[in-house]
Design a protein around this ligand. Structure first.
Ligand SMILES: [Zn+2]
Length: 453
């Protein structure tokens, strides 16, 4: 049962060029959850002019239905200037369309009298309210967006004062809103604006009370993780389960250190570890057994937590891949979801390619490889130019060619290139081949010489 969707041609309100547009006049949230998402994002019946970029809204009567919530809302734009009769006929037609698609016997009384929305905004608010989003929550969210806008428009000099004035409003919801706005810009391909907002977000974190607390917390966490990592390293290569048990006992009263320990060396806490732990408890002095049992229990919970996190990331990556594979327009899908294509996703994708090859399924492996290339090229085009350049340097066929590239372009980038090298270094450690690391060190040194001169 396809929702009522039509293609039409409108004239751009700005440049007057004809624009192809999709019009949807019936949204059934149960059958088409994506249409609901589009509606809530304000993108339903909106089309961006390919010529001048102006967003054009297509005015059409609209019927929104969500059977699970017994919600039926009609919206007839006033701008259409329809008489009352014509309005009723338009909605009546959509109602017939809707009910003819419903399974037998599901017609209910609420369908006789749709609620009315006077504006698209009003329709969106009614839908959100049925999801438990109150007008107060919406207003709070709008206030956050307004504050982000003020920050974008503020100069670097006036930003600290603005943050100070609104310090009480800067909390995790506010920072999440900023992240959402960054993702929206990036999704629309407006990478420079996205980067600018990301820079502002960093400064807001540094300047605000809430942000300072966050930074302090994450610094403390980093210290804890570094200390625990050092303790693990001190055990040396021959470390066995008894060593890890002793370390856990040492950290027994410190949840943060225990969590870091399990997170860093999850494989050490296997089935045998817990078996041996049980034996150890039985052999320990009676006075110590309760505390040890509590510790074993805590370690069990922590391993489950670590596994669950890894599992969730994996599942998200798998379902993202599935969506991408079934998308009629993979490139668009990739652009819209770019931040989701992370290391976990790339791992899942490579595993799938290998698996298809092992099975001898050539069609699947070719399709997966094609998807792989599309994702890589999208990630590369969206990279800051410095990173793309470093990528080119690392991928150059020979050292000589890498050096030639550097000599030609290093100075145009200036110091920002050196900063990009620093940023890449962390990502490279542990995953790159020795040859790649050697190339990296070489080009970095040469870049530093070229740019400082
Ligand atoms: Zn236009």
């Amino acid at each position: 049962m396809p929702p009522k969707v039509m293609q039409t041609t409108i004239q751009c309100s700005q440049c007057r060029q004809p624009v192809r547009a999709t019009v949807q006049s019936l949204v059934d949230a149960a059958q088409d959850p994506q249409a609901k998402v589009t509606l809530l994002a304000g993108r339903l019946n909106m089309t961006q002019c390919p010529n001048c970029g102006t967003p054009n809204s297509i005015l059409t009567p609209l019927l929104y239905h969500d059977g699970g919530k017994e919600l039926l809302i009609s919206y007839v734009p006033m701008e259409l200037g329809l008489s009352k009769d014509a309005q009723e006929k338009a909605i009546g037609d959509l109602m017939r369309e809707l009910t003819s698609n419903l399974p037998q016997g599901t017609f209910k009384a609420y369908m006789l009298q749709p609620r009315q929305a006077l504006t698209m905004q009003g329709l969106v608010e009614q839908v959100l309210q049925s999801d438990g989003v109150t007008p107060e929550m919406l207003e709070a969210q709008r206030a956050r967006v307004r504050l982000v806008e003020m920050m974008i428009n503020a100069s670097p000099e006036t930003l600290p004062e603005l943050v100070k004035q609104h310090d009480a409003e800067i909390d995790s919801s506010f920072l999440n809103t900023m992240t959402m706005i960054i993702q929206q810009f990036a999704g629309e391909g407006r990478v420079q604006v996205a980067e600018r907002v990301a820079e502002i977000q960093n400064r807001v974190v540094e300047l605000s009370t809430f942000g300072k607390e966050l930074l302090e917390q994450s610094r403390m966490q980093e210290t804890v993780v570094a200390e625990v990592a050092e303790a693990i390293n001190a055990l040396g290569h021959g470390a066995n389960r008894t060593d890890f048990r002793n370390l856990a006992i040492k950290f027994a009263s410190d949840d943060q250190r225990l969590q870091a320990l399990v997170g860093l060396v999850r494989p050490a806490f296997d089935y045998t570890f817990f078996q041996e732990f049980t034996t150890f408890i039985a052999q320990s002095p009676a006075a110590e057994r309760d505390a040890l049992t509590a510790l074993r229990e805590k370690l069990t919970q922590l391993t489950a937590m670590v596994d669950q996190q890894a599992q969730m990331e994996l599942q998200e990556a798998v379902s993202l891949l599935r969506e991408l594979m079934s998308s009629p327009n993979p490139d668009e899908f990739i652009q819209e979801n770019l931040p989701l294509f992370d290391t976990t996703f790339m791992q899942v994708l490579s595993l799938n390619v290998q698996e298809a090859q092992k099975r001898g399924d050539l069609a699947a492996s070719a399709r997966l490889k094609e998807i792989y290339n599309r994702v890589i090229s999208a990630l590369q085009t969206n990279m800051p130019p410095e990173l793309r350049f470093i990528n080119d340097l690392l991928g150059a066929p020979s050292d000589a060619e890498a050096n030639a590239l550097l000599d030609q372009h290093a100075q145009t980038f200036g110091p920002s290139l050196l900063a990009a090298f620093d940023a890449v270094e962390g990502q490279l450690a542990g995953q790159a081949s020795p040859a790649l690391i050697e190339r990296f060190d070489m080009v970095r040194q040469r870049a530093a010489q070229l740019i400082s001169n």
